[in-house]
Write a protein that binds this ligand. Structure first.
Ligand code: ADP
Ligand code: ZN
Ligand code: ZN
Length: 722
């Protein structure tokens, strides 16, 4: 029996394992996911390692093979299933082993707070004095493995451990039980025909025990959550657990309440902001199967769930599932990997599915379940205002006349207003205020961004042209870099409506903990008439008296230098519009310089299909996903020269590694946001026809890149390339 051990598994840079022989007397204790002590290197230093695989043979010569010295854990700190997941993630995203393991190993394991050293009584103790001192001290009172005492006497404790005189024990956690306050409630309605069909599709897939993607496509209020809950009930009653992924925990309190009220099991809310103690409680509950439901954002997909039967991803199109920091995993893809490992269904729910997922659904790779109608309410009425026309007719304000008069009406009726402003970090786009023209790249169909040097540049292919200040389409000189902030909107609103009470949600007003929740509560209690905000206010929330939504600038997303900009526009507009008139009939006003753009038109008509038809045509001709797979190689460094050198290295490696593939290489070029936190960034975008080729090439580049002056970040299926 051979154990494959990862030494220094807490170090993200570790990328290999070592084989160790398992002595006869350890065979029944050795298991994937347990930690062991092994001798390492020429000096035979005793180090801690994690078993990632158990196998029968090895390439190491017999006489060079060392033995495992001791098994530390009674139960694995990570399950075999989680290790399998980590290894899939490592391959798919071309990560180092340490980076992948970090995602599944709970942080308190490296802090060792949960482990306690306690004494294992033996008949006969014969120790040298210095050891005896340590031993007696521990005999008196067990010590925590990460305490000062334990750290200072590490070597001695390890050797006492190896002698079989000490053992590690899980620290029992008392008095931390969640009280279950809610009595279970069951609603008295019957499911609609569409809901029933979706539910039985999920049940069947679960019963069959096969990996399947089910796309649950339904507008807000069409009853998706009800389907999730009933499917979860079914799975939990069969003794399996469920992971329910949500885009952001602070915006989903209502959903969590609903799930807790309906399911007869502990519900664990799992997220990265949990305290260490909360995490340990959750970890133990999940590990022993006491809690069978996990709700959480991105990190919840790595939860130590026992015997998973179903994974649900709510709002599967949300960008927050994709990590913007390295490692750049996408929790939706990870959910799919985990579902595949466990042979279970994964439900992707959305009112505005990603173009890729809808494409797979209609082409039969995924199962499509649609909920076409809202249950209790009508869709809001949407009006699109052409801001070019406003300008021509003499209105230079940020607000159209229609929006102003509708706000006035709402204030008189004492109904609330939400003003949405899109503002994301991106380079400025130049727009013609007379004809709406936006500079586009000749090669990429991506908008060009303005640089202070007086050039317009494409960040996909490095194309550039001189900026003249005159619109090439209509000759107008009213060219303008577009973008205004929430503060400015608030100031202007106060000019028009002196007595209105205004709340603002943006980075400045939400730095304090719980600030968002407080603002939302105030608004809900009707302590304000108008709420102004960015993306943060787009999703999830439900305000009964909110009947008017104004989208101040639909164009800023539309003009982002990214192939997903139309999709994001459609999704955001649909989502923001969904905030209006949840109980009373709502109105939505979209202000735009591009009223004829298909993403705006389709959103205003609540028409996903027509949006999809246009978008998929474009994706095909311009070669974007789902027709190709994209990987972005990003190189960053504090020195511009190093970053450049690094990306040149990647380029050379790419030429070597992609010879036998159909890779199309774009770049190297500066990243759209060239300097972030004093780091310079260069990138190369590569398109592949086959996913497997992409993964193979990405892994080769990862292994061969060895330029230490600049960090290489590999972004598989990038969400954006900023
Ligand atoms: P979604 O998740 O798609 O936004 P929900 O599941 O929250 O939709 O349903 C919207 C509202 O309709 C909720 O208040 C829910 O309790 C209610 N509802 C859901 N299904 C039914 C049904 N079959 N009959 C009556 N009301 C329902
Ligand atoms: Zn023009
Ligand atoms: Zn280009």
């Amino acid at each position: 029996m051979i154990a494959e051990v990862c030494i220094n598994y807490q170090d993200a840079n570790v990328d290999r394992t070592f084989d160790y022989l398992v002595p006869e007397h350890f065979k029944e204790f050795v298991e994937v996911g347990k930690r062991v002590y092994v001798a390492f290197g020429v000096s035979n230093r005793v180090v801690e390692g994690l078993i990632v695989n158990v196998k029968n043979d090895t390439n190491v010569e017999k006489d060079k093979l060392k033995c495992i010295l001791a098994v530390i854990d009674e139960i694995p700190v990570v399950s075999e299933e989680q290790i399998k997941l980590a290894l899939s993630i490592k391959d798919y995203y071309a990560l180092k082993l340490g980076q992948a393991l970090e995602l599944v190993i709970p942080p308190f394991v490296s802090n060792k707070e949960i482990y306690q050293i306690s004494v294992q009584r033996t008949e006969h103790i014969d120790l040298e004095d210095e050891f005896l001192e340590v031993y007696n001290r521990i005999m008196k009172k067990p010590v925590l493995a990460d305490s000062k005492f334990a750290r200072e006497n590490k070597e001695k404790i390890i050797s006492l451990f190896l002698k079989g005189l000490l053992k590690y024990e899980l620290r029992p956690l008392k008095d931390l039980e969640d009280k279950i306050e809610n009595s279970l409630m069951q609603p008295h309605y019957t499911l609609t025909e569409e809901q029933n069909k979706a539910l039985s599709t999920i049940k069947t897939a679960f019963d069959e025990g096969v990996y399947k993607n089910i796309l649950l496509f339904g507008v807000t209020g069409s009853g998706k959550t009800e389907v999730y809950i009933q499917a979860m009930k079914y799975v939990v009653e069969k003794g399996k657990s469920v992971i329910l992924m949500v885009p952001e925990i602070s915006l989903t309190p209502q959903m969590i309440e609903r799930v807790k009220n309906r399911l007869n099991t502990d519900v664990v809310v799992y997220h990265s902001k949990m305290s260490s103690t909360q995490r340990q409680v959750a970890w133990l509950k999940l590990k022993n199967g006491k809690a069978k439901v996990i709700i959480g954002p991105r990190s919840a997909i790595f939860a130590p769930a026992k015997e998973i039967g179903l994974i649900i991803v709510d709002e599967e199109h949300e960008p927050s599932y994709k990590s913007e920091k390295s490692p750049r995993i996408n929790a939706v893809e990870v959910a799919q990997m985990r579902a595949k490992i466990n042979s279970i269904p994964v439900v992707l729910g959305s009112a505005t599915p990603t173009v890729e997922h809808y494409f797979w659904a209609i082409s039969g790779k995924y199962i499509l379940c649609s909920l076409k109608n809202r249950i209790n309410m009508k869709m809001p009425d949407v009006f699109v205002v052409d801001m070019k026309k406003e300008l021509l007719e003499g209105n230079r304000s940020i607000f159209s006349r229609l929006l102003l008069s509708e706000i006035e009406k709402n204030l008189q009726r004492k109904e609330q207003v939400l003003l949405f402003l899109n503002r994301r970090g991106y380079s400025p786009v130049v727009i013609c205020r007379e004809c709406g023209y936006v500079y586009m790249c000749k090669n990429c169909s991506i908008s060009l961004t303005y640089h202070k040097t007086g050039y317009l540049k494409c960040h996909y292919c490095n194309y550039k042209e001189k900026y003249t200040g005159v619109c090439p389409k209509c000759g107008s000189k009213y060219m303008r870099q577009y973008g205004s902030g929430t503060q400015k909107i608030e100031d202007e609103i106060k000019m028009y409506f002196r007595d209105a009470k205004v709340l603002r949600v943006d980075r400045d007003t939400t730095t304090r903990k719980n600030a968002i929740e407080e603002i939302f509560n105030k608004f809900k209690q009707k302590e304000a008439d108008i709420l102004i905000g960015t993306q943060m206010i787009a999703k999830g929330l439900h305000f009964p008296d909110l009947t008017l939504v104004g989208v101040v600038n639909a164009d800023t997303i539309l003009n982002m230098p990214d192939f997903r900009s139309k999709e994001r526009t459609f999704q955001l507009l649909t989502q923001v519009a969904g905030r209006a008139g949840r109980e009373k009939q709502g109105r939505v006003i979209i202000q735009t310089f591009n009223p004829d753009d298909y993403s705006v038109v389709a959103a205003s008509k609540h028409d996903y299909d027509s949006f999809f038809k246009e978008e998929i045509k474009l994706r095909k001709t311009l070669e974007y996903p789902p027709y190709v797979y994209i990987v972005n190689f990003l190189v960053v460094s504090h020195s511009e020269r190093y970053a450049k050198k690094g990306i040149e290295n990647v380029y050379r490696l790419l030429e070597e590694c992609s010879k036998t593939t159909d890779a199309k290489i774009y770049g190297p070029s500066e990243s759209p946001i060239f300097k972030v936190e004093n780091q310079y960034r260069y990138h190369i975008l590569v398109k592949f026809k086959k996913a497997l080729q992409m993964i193979e090439v990405a892994n080769k580049i990862k292994e061969r890149y060895n330029y230490n002056n600049a960090e290489l970040i590999i972004d598989i299926n990038p969400w954006n390339t900023l």
